[in-house]
Write a protein that binds this ligand. Structure first.
Ligand code: ATP
Ligand code: MG
Length: 405
């Protein structure tokens, strides 16, 4: 792939899988995908045109009106971040129905791409244009023969080819043979919006990435606790949101000052229950913000059993304070698996920066791992006189940072 002759291409065939099967809603998914491609291309030099034909999206690239050329690698890099794309295929397009011309073009394509090699190849023809004078088997056989004539070292084996030379006869004629893997999933925004509880850790950015891959767009909330947590810790969360926004699209990040609520819990509740009660207030606030911002539910980076506040019993306790669904894409993942994804999406290096987090400051030596609902509720009642006021004040601190706009 790296040695590929990139200069010969100015069009990409964008393949999508799952969104191809959504029946009558298919156009919604395709339109969303086209909109995301257009938005991404606006951020790089070049002129771009997306073209939709049944089952296919093409991206045509040329130089912009100032003469700035598009860059193949830059385009591919952008496309690799757009959920819904399964394969990105650089493709040659000819407005021809002439088999003689197609032969020449196929031989030229082979020469430009691979030249003299002893690889095994196979020509695959799809004939969407039913008016074409030859059928697909005849086209494939004819092109295979022409290429073999021109490059006698080649071998044909229809069972185990190294290279598939795809020829598609549709509104135009298309030739391609390389597929660059896209991120898969579904276009962001086709599956509602979630409020991501985003900390500076490894897990929650990965959770945001994963749920967004299923078409969910995101807002996020970060609870900070100044002066116990620093500006650097806050900046780290902003940076993480920026990194995932390359995939998830724009994020409104809500920063909530959580200090007074944490102090109130610390002063009034048993210390082995601090984390769980704190988590319950985070969920309540996140849910409030979710309702206010049109989100369908909450998203967290929790994974069952990872820490005391994520035992099954603890999750029950954090869950019971909200009515909206809480999506936990990492629930059954091991830490190592989560780390691998965070490395892949580029959040790991930022996540491991050693800045304090609001959870780590007021942490008990022996937190409960099997919290009783009734006991937790009883201890939470100790905050009854002050909590409404504290929550109202916390909402007032809501600072919205627009990420990736
Ligand atoms: P992470 O690596 O994402 O920080 P974690 O393993 O440290 O997760 P916890 O600290 O128990 O786990 O938090 C569980 C989840 O609660 C996080 O994945 C995140 O969704 C949310 N969360 C924790 N702390 C915060 C915070 N300060 N602001 C926003 N959300 C938070
Ligand atoms: Mg954390």
């Amino acid at each position: 792939m790296t040695n590929m002759n990139k200069q010969i291409f100015n069009t990409f065939l964008i393949k999508y899988a799952e969104i191809g099967i959504k029946g009558n809603n298919r156009y919604l998914f395709e339109d969303a995908l086209v909109a995301h491609i257009n938005a991404a291309m606006k951020t790089i030099p070049g002129k771009f045109l997306t073209r939709k034909t049944p089952g296919r999206i093409y991206l045509e690239c040329s130089e912009d009106k100032n003469g700035a050329a598009f860059d193949f690698d830059e385009v591919v890099e952008k496309l690799k971040h757009i959920f819904g794309i399964v394969y990105i295929c650089p493709v040659i397009v000819y407005p021809t129905e002439d088999q003689e011309v197609l032969r020449e073009q196929a031989v030229k394509y082979w020469g430009d791409m691979y030249g003299k090699t002893d690889k095994i190849f196979k020509v695959v023809c799809r004939r969407g244009n039913k008016g074409y004078p030859l059928d697909s088997m005849e086209v494939a056989a004819d092109l295979g023969e022409a290429i073999l004539d021109a490059f006698p070292d080649l071998k044909v084996d229809v069972r185990k080819p190294d290279i598939f030379l795809n020829v598609e006869l549709r509104d135009k004629t298309y030739i391609y043979s390389e597929s660059i893997t896209g991120p898969g999933g579904m276009p962001v925004g086709t599956n509602g919006k979630g409020m991501l509880l985003l900390s500076g850790g490894i897990d929650s950015p990965v959770a945001g990435y994963m749920i967004s891959k299923r078409g969910v767009s995101l807002d996020a909330v970060y609870f900070n606790a100044p002066p116990y947590t620093s500006e650097r810790a806050r900046q780290k969360v902003v940076d993480l949101a920026k990194i995932i926004s390359a995939y998830t699209g724009p994020i409104n990040l809500h920063v909530i000052n959580f200090t007074d609520i944490q102090l109130a819990i610390y002063e009034n509740c048993p210390h082995d229950e601090l984390t769980i009660i704190m988590r319950r207030y985070m969920m309540r606030i996140a849910e409030h913000l979710a309702y206010e911002n049109g989100c369908h539910g909450l998203v967290t980076g929790e994974s069952v059993g990872q820490v005391a506040s994520q035992t099954f019993a603890s999750l029950v306790s954090t869950n019971e304070v909200c009515t909206l669904p809480v999506l936990r894409p990492l629930i059954a993942f091991d830490k190592q698996e989560i780390v691998e994804i965070s490395e892949k999406i580029g959040t790991y290096e930022t996540s491991i920066l050693p800045y304090e987090d609001c959870c780590t400051i007021f942490v008990a030596k022996h937190p409960v791992t099997n919290p009783s609902r009734l006991v937790i509720q009883k201890h939470e009642h100790k905050l009854d006189d002050i909590i409404d006021d504290l929550l109202a004040k916390a909402y007032e601190t809501d600072e919205i940072i627009e990420i990736g706009k």
